[in-house]
Design a protein around this ligand. Structure first.
Ligand code: AMP
Ligand code: MN
Ligand code: MN
Ligand code: MN
Length: 291
């Protein structure tokens, strides 16, 4: 049997560094992007833009075209929806005030999760998760990694099943901002709002269409049609929806680190031919000599 080569993309508009729950410092992350042959990248850490300035500088050094980004945690009809902002002005006061609010919630929630774990007989979780985090942003994946490293479970999945997932012992109901608010912050900062990994929310086709319609009405501009954190088979359906609803299409690996699940940087099936690539809306193109 011939071995199939993993698909490669010259564009990757969704990835994480140590500034959120990625495991690589910005400098090493961008060096990896260069080694993977990606020509156009965006850094999209959760709820903060702390890595953008240095990522832009490193990308420039490696001759990679760079788009400043962020992945905002939001909520729509009780479901957590991630909205990526691409091409944002990170100096925008309104965006930064909004992100600060989310980071404050994350700080409070980290203490709450830790308190609940302590009640369940597991002390020291906040300190452990913060040490792993390496920046201010502490998320549930840091707690999951700490629980695994300290021998309380075998893997991250079990950490969510036993403690951190919805309805479990250390679950703190999340008070994320409404999806439309995330879209509005991104727009005010001059960026394009993108629904991240739509295939991951387990929505029926109808509900997904309602989400996209409301997202578009709020000023949203694109959806991730090809994503390392959703099934490759979703690509065609999402491409058609993007066209129908006049939304542009994005693609990104959602890379978090070599040892953390998800796809490798640039390991992505290309966008279907008929869609409008989101980077063109932002005035970027893929250099012809790299085709
Ligand atoms: P947070 O934004 O801190 O609430 O963390 C959300 C992240 O946790 C998601 O982006 C996933 O990476 C991860 N996550 C959520 N639910 C699960 C689960 N059941 N199993 C493994 N990882 C999960
Ligand atoms: Mn993450
Ligand atoms: Mn996400
Ligand atoms: Mn992500």
């Amino acid at each position: 049997m011939p071995q199939s080569t993993p698909p490669r993309s010259l564009v990757d508009l969704h990835m994480h560094s140590l500034h959120s729950d990625g495991s690589m410092p910005v400098k090493e992350l961008v060096a990896r992007v260069a080694r993977r042959g990606v020509a156009l990248m965006a850094l999209t850490d959760h709820d903060n833009t702390g890595g953008i300035a240095s990522a832009a500088q490193e990308a420039d050094r490696h001759g990679i075209d760079f788009i400043p980004g962020v992945e905002i945690s939001s909520e729509w009809n009780g479901i957590g929806i991630h909205i990526v902002g691409l091409g944002i002005d990170i100096e925008n006061a309104n965006l930064q005030a909004g992100l600060d609010k989310i980071m404050e919630f994350r700080d409070w929630r980290a203490a709450e999760i830790s308190r609940l774990l302590e009640t369940a007989g597991i002390p020291g979780a906040e300190q452990g998760a913060r040490e792993l985090a390496g920046s201010r942003m502490v998320g549930r994946t840091h707690f999951a990694r700490w629980l695994k490293d300290s021998g309380h479970c075998r893997d991250n999945g079990e950490a969510f099943q036993r403690w951190l997932g919805r309805g479990q012992v250390a679950y703190v109901p999340s008070d994320w901002i409404p999806m439309v608010e995330a879209v509005s912050w991104i727009r005010q900062a001059g960026g394009i709002a993108v629904v991240a990994h739509p295939g991951r929310y387990k929505l029926s086709a109808d509900r997904l269409c309602t989400l996209f319609t409301e997202f578009r009405a709020a000023g949203g501009g694109a959806i991730e049609v090809s994503s390392g954190s959703q099934a490759a088979a979703d690509r065609e359906h999402l491409g058609k929806l993007a066209q129908q609803l006049d939304l542009a299409a994005s693609l990104g690996s959602d890379f978090h680190g070599p040892e953390i699940g998800h796809a490798e940087i640039g390991q992505l099936a290309p966008l279907p031919d008929a869609v409008q690539p989101v980077w063109e809306c932002l005035g970027h193109s893929i250099p012809h000599d790299k085709h």
